[in-house]
Design a protein around this ligand. Structure first.
Ligand SMILES: Nc1ncnc2c1ncn2[C@@H]1O[C@H](COP(=O)(O)OP(=O)(O)OP(=O)(O)O)[C@@H](O)[C@H]1O
Length: 301
């Protein structure tokens, strides 16, 4: 087990944030920690990182107590940007991580290239935007090629292309065996990365495999979306397109784009059908599901 948390509780004064929660994460999994503002995500991550003390309970990381500092050779925690020093450069921070973990300097070059932050690592952090700080924190977190990577809202403040890049890096790390625990409010991103979600509600964990709620939506760019839709309607049962509605559906988004969400017919079959009446110039895939589960658990505001 990479993470083993048993009967953990944490209160701030009389406010109990975590109430006897337990969690086990196996090697190679990606687990998302999800919950509304103030539900206790950062508190939980800070307690497992031993930055905060729990009131009771036990935490083991990679088979050792979380109080054992040797775990940091194989474990990394991307915390929020308050840990950065404004008067130091990004490179200074990376060198510092290298020195504390006794890592080879070559890893800096590798990680900087991978995340693509070369353009600003020599600038002082006080001149960074939020997204630049996030990218630096992310680079610092992956520098030691950790076996267990924990990230507190890694997508916060990132632009869409950087989000895609960070997602791809995380999925590659997972393929190489890294275990990942991340907190996020970005449920669209959570859907792209995992179906294993730990929801926090009233201090308790609700751990779920939400794959049964997740569905693929395919977006096709064609020449005439109306004509394509009416042709597909003979094959796919239709209803109004709405991400909250999990029936099979098909809709035109504009003159050129059509969205198809179905479990009834495979992607190959849809491509073949569209090919009979129109030409596909682009296909995009999105997975949805976490938001539906979130609304069911916490309700709409
Ligand atoms: N140092 C502290 N002293 C007192 N209360 C605190 C402290 N830190 C956090 N809290 C409270 O604990 C609760 C959980 O906070 P936490 O930051 O863990 O939530 P979160 O789920 O990470 O929130 P967000 O999504 O807004 O980042 C909140 O009600 C917060 O006000």
């Amino acid at each position: 087990m990479v993470l083993k948390v048993k009967n953990l509780s944490k209160s701030y004064g009389r406010h109990q944030v975590l109430n006897d929660v337990s969690l086990e994460i196996r090697q190679g999994e990606i687990v998302a920690l999800v919950g509304p503002n103030g539900s206790g995500k950062s508190t939980f991550l800070n307690v497992i990182a031993n930055i905060l003390n729990g009131d009771s309970g036990k935490v083991e990381i990679l088979g050792k107590s979380n109080k054992d500092i040797t775990i940091y050779q194989k474990y990394s925690y991307m915390i929020d940007n308050t840990v950065l020093y404004g008067y130091l450069t990004g490179l200074d921070h990376l060198k510092f991580v290298c020195e504390t973990h006794k890592l080879s300097k070559e890893l800096i070059r590798k990680a900087v290239e991978l995340v693509g932050i070369k353009g600003f690592i020599n600038k002082k952090v006080k001149e960074y935007s939020l997204g630049m700080k996030q990218q630096l924190l992310f680079t610092m977190a992956i520098l030691n090629e950790p076996e267990f990577l924990v990230l507190d809202e890694p997508f916060n403040g990132l632009d869409p292309t950087t989000i895609i890049k960070v997602r791809e890096i995380l999925l590659n790390l997972k393929d190489k065996g890294t275990t990942i625990l991340l907190s996020s409010h970005n449920l669209a991103e959570v859907d792209q990365m995992t179906s294993h979600i730990v929801f926090i509600k009233d201090g308790k964990f609700i751990e779920e495999d939400i794959s049964k709620y997740q569905e693929d939506i395919y977006y096709f760019t064609v020449n005439d979306s109306k004509k394509t839709k009416s042709y597909l309607l003979d094959f796919i049962s239709n209803c109004e397109f709405n991400k909250d509605n999990f029936e099979d559906k098909i809709t035109t988004l504009n003159e050129r784009e059509i969205a198809v969400k179905t479990k009834e017919i495979s992607l190959n079959k849809i491509i073949k059908l569209i090919g009979e009446v129109d030409e596909i110039t682009n296909i995009r895939k999105e997975i949805v599901g976490a938001e539906k589960r979130y609304i069911a658990l916490y309700g709409k505001v």
